[in-house]
Design a protein around this ligand. Structure first.
Ligand code: ATP
Length: 272
């Protein structure tokens, strides 16, 4: 099911359209006039050297940063200043470069926090096990158990995540994002700090999430082998600007991309 042909058949309409985004922090331009789109069902990589503006772009997409210029159209609707919880409620979930889990809480409870946007009744009602909330909680727990089975982490379901090896913590973080049943999953360096075996496991889970649930995925990744194996299309940023956009093969052989990775000076730097 992971063949390029099978995936090409499944890729649909543009679901997220990023147009002319410029994001500044004082004098620092993190993103400069960046445009690209993400199609339903695809795995889209965002790559580039350190400081290229990749994490900033994910933060713009999930509403954490508000760009000074440009528009984001999500599922056909131009978005104004959407907050992260609103983005989550409309189907965008993410993981972070540095794991952001509750270290003292179990795997199960951490993944359960990913269901919050789906809960009709407040957390207090759930904590009090109030009748209707209890019924709802059972349904949420059953969904979370499916996520745990899917990610093959039954054996650590009751272990506090702070005690888990790094690779498993990353998997729990993926589980928490999946618990929100996202349409678009944003992964910020899902393989960072992993050994080869952990990377292979994570790659398999990313492909399975995409295949089995049809989840659209945008990921930032530094490991070029992983990017080339997983992604349908790749957008390349450098110094805040887009320098290439295309299939893995296309961007790999693009001279601007090769220069950016080799650290070849830009014209503007040479002039400075
Ligand atoms: N909150 C912030 N305040 C000020 N400057 C920021 C902030 N976030 C990012 N920047 C700056 O914006 C630029 C792009 O940073 P960003 O983290 O998006 O790059 P990146 O491509 O994700 O880098 P890396 O691969 O090293 O994680 C950098 O110059 C960075 O210092």
């Amino acid at each position: 099911m992971h063949t390029p042909e099978a995936r090409a058949r499944r890729i649909g309409e543009v679901i997220l359209d990023v147009q002319n985004i410029t994001l500044r922090f004082g004098g620092v331009v993190a993103n400069s006039n960046v445009s690209f789109d993400i199609r339903k069902g695809e795995i889209r990589a965002i790559i580039g050297p350190n400081g290229a503006g990749k994490s900033s772009m994910l933060n713009v997409i999930n509403g954490f940063y508000h760009p000074q210029e440009g528009t984001i159209t999500w599922k056909g609707k131009a978005r104004t200043k959407m907050q992260p919880h609103e983005a989550a409620a409309t189907g965008i979930a993410r993981t972070f470069q540095n794991i952001a889990l509750f270290r003292g809480m179990s795997t199960l409870d951490n993944i359960m926090t990913g269901r919050v946007t789906k809960m009709k009744r407040g957390l207090l009602a759930h904590a009090l096990h109030w009748g209707p909330a209890l019924k709802e909680e059972i349904e949420h727990r059953s969904f979370v158990e499916q996520v745990i089975d899917f990610l093959e982490i039954q054996h650590i379901r009751n272990v506090p995540v702070g005690r888990l090896p790094y690779g498993l913590q990353k998997r729990v973080e993926l589980g928490r994002a999946l618990a929100a049943e996202p349409e678009l999953l944003l992964l910020d360096e899902p393989m960072a700090g992993m050994n080869l075996e952990e990377k292979e496991d994570m790659s398999r889970f990313i492909l399975d999430v995409n295949d089995e649930f049809g989840t659209t995925i945008a990921l930032i990744e530094h490991d070029m082998g992983v990017v080339m194996d997983l992604s349908d299309r790749v957008v390349v940023l450098d110094h805040g600007s887009k320098i290439a956009d295309g299939t893995p093969e296309e961007v790999q052989s693009d001279q601007r991309v090769i220069d950016a990775y080799l650290g070849v000076a830009h014209d503007d730097e040479e002039e400075a």
